[in-house]
Design a protein around this ligand. Structure first.
Ligand code: ADP
Ligand code: GLC
Length: 488
């Protein structure tokens, strides 16, 4: 099967969060199963091209309609771990030369252009993948364009799958974005098409992707239920009910080749469930790296985008609570929102000289690996979480996650005390209320176990390390979905 993945991110080339890991991990696993996968990406100035093998220009002139004119592009191709990658580079436009992936005032225009360019590339190069698998709001226009423009001109056999990684970002845009790519707002600005349910002046690109794709999924079964039945649907609940026949939840995996403490080249000493004592070497290295003293107390960690979604107020509370408990805490985080960035800069200035707390306000892939390998517990107090990868990564690296019972966190973390699962499946701490009391309850239970029952705590780590979080099962599910849409 020929599968083209279209996304704003693909690790390690361009990654801002879990979407990058997802595209890398699923593509890699599909290639291992003998599928032909091509990832289509914008040619960002921040793309890490040293990871790409045999990069070369494959199409010097791709002409993409843009309002009443055209933008000329070139297409480059390369390979990463057996996965083909194609980059679209608009010439004479700075759309992807912004020193970052997202967060620009014209993001809608940039990614609408990319969406049109992807289809134009498939048409002009006469490629017709069996499956075009699109991700998040940035590519929501692709299924719409396919149905409105391309279906009749050579890509009729292609089937479209659309994966939703975050309903907090739906791509609510004004009509000119539709005209930019050659769509007719008069046809599409209706409640059963792209009209935003909350504002009838806006088009909702994610909604367009949902309406016009052959199959839609989100990244955990629990989040799929939440978006249909609770306000986590963020205005799209009834749409998910309408399209329940083509909607589901598939739990993400993590890529064994990237997130594996037994082989990870980015950590000082490799270890696994049978060599757990070696984790102590990584713990020491982490302390040295961030300047924390070597004392007999656990290291709690946060590795996260600092976004309201991630429960930033609760993270701030945890910092104070853990300081009072004489625990250590390392936070690695970066914020796009200026108000949150400022709050955390202030907190960093206050805690830099403290005995137990270090905030690193940056995006740092290597440090993230060291933190997972060195920390004892990872805190994820999200308000909502479509899947979440860091709890699974933490478990693989022998750290115990402390999470809120939402979305994929609820699907993957089973409480040490209250889960109805057998002991070998219990792997962390879960709390319900997004309040300081809720969070403290879980922190106290985790800390109590670490202090009083170290052997039981060790077993909890081992339970997490032994769980299969690989892409094997999820890749089976995606292949089933692909087979299903091809039969339509
Ligand atoms: P989300 O996609 O919502 O950000 P996930 O848990 O799915 O959350 O994935 C986050 C990914 O991004 C993980 O691979 C995590 O290690 C990484 N990450 C998050 N923040 C940082 C950071 N500041 N530096 C390095 N890696 C980070
Ligand atoms: C999003 C979600 C996260 C998920 C990731 C990959 O960024 O916030 O929960 O794990 O996508 O699917």
């Amino acid at each position: 099967m020929h599968i083209a993945m279209v996304s704003a991110e693909c690790a390690p080339i361009a990654k801002a969060g879990g979407l990058g890991d997802f595209v890398q991990g699923l593509s890699h696993e599909l290639v291992n199963r003998g599928e032909w996968v091509e990832v289509l990406l914008p040619y960002y100035d921040v793309a890490k091209l040293d990871a790409v093998e045999d990069l070369c220009e494959v199409q010097p002139s791709l002409s993409v309609p843009h309002h009443d004119a055209r933008i000329e592009c070139r297409v480059l191709a390369g390979e990463i771990g057996g996965v083909s990658v194609r980059f679209i580079d608009p010439l004479g436009r700075d759309y992807f030369r912004r020193q970052r992936i997202y967060g620009e005032p014209d993001d809608a225009e940039r990614f609408a252009f990319f969406s049109r360019a992807v289809l134009e590339y498939l048409l002009q190069s006469e490629r017709s993948p069996d499956i075009l698998h699109c991700h998040d709001w940035q590519t929501g226009l692709i299924p719409v364009l396919w149905s409105e423009v391309c279906k009749h001109s050579g890509l009729a056999e292609m089937r479209l799958c659309y994966t939703l990684h975050n309903l907090g970002y739906q791509g609510r845009v004004e009509e000119p974005i539709l005209r930019q790519v050659g769509l007719d707002p008069a046809r599409l600005m209706h409640s059963d098409r792209l009209l935003d349910p909350g504002d009838d002046r806006l088009a909702n690109l994610m909604k367009g992707g949902i309406v016009f794709s052959h199959f839609v999924n989100t990244v955990s079964p629990r989040y799929a239920w939440e978006v249909q039945n609770t306000d986590q649907g963020m205005g799209l609940q009834s749409l998910f009910q309408t399209y329940a026949h083509k909607f589901g939840g598939v739990l993400n995996g993590i890529d064994d080749a990237v997130w594996n403490p037994e082989r990870d080249p980015l950590i000082p000493v490799n270890f696994g469930p049978d060599t757990l004592p070696l984790k102590a070497v990584n713990r020491r290295a982490l302390r040295t790296r961030v300047g924390l003293p070597e004392v007999d107390t656990p290291i709690f960690a946060v590795v996260s985008r600092l976004d309201r979604q991630k429960g930033v107020d609760l993270i701030r509370h945890a910092i104070r609570f853990l300081a009072a408990e004489a625990c250590q805490l390392v936070l690695l985080g970066s914020a796009l929102d200026p108000a949150i960035a400022e709050e955390f800069s202030r907190l960093k200035a206050e805690t830099d000289d403290s005995a137990g707390c270090r905030l690193v306000l940056a995006y740092d892939e290597a440090l993230a690996h060291l933190i997972f390998a060195g920390c004892d517990m990872l805190l994820i107090p999200s308000l909502y979480e479509p899947c979440g990868l860091t709890q699974m990564i933490a478990m693989k690296y022998g750290a115990v996650p402390i999470v809120r019972r939402v979305g994929g966190l609820a699907d993957t973390v089973h409480d040490a005390n209250y889960s109805d699962k057998p002991f070998v499946s219990r792997n962390g701490y879960v709390f319900d209320d997004p309040t300081e009391e809720g969070l403290e309850g879980a922190l106290k239970r985790a800390l109590g176990l670490w202090r009083r029952f170290p052997e039981y705590f060790r077993q909890l780590r081992v339970n997490g390390m032994r769980t299969d979080f690989s892409w094997r099962r999820p890749a089976d599910r995606y292949r089933d979905i692909y087979a299903h849409v091809r039969s339509l």
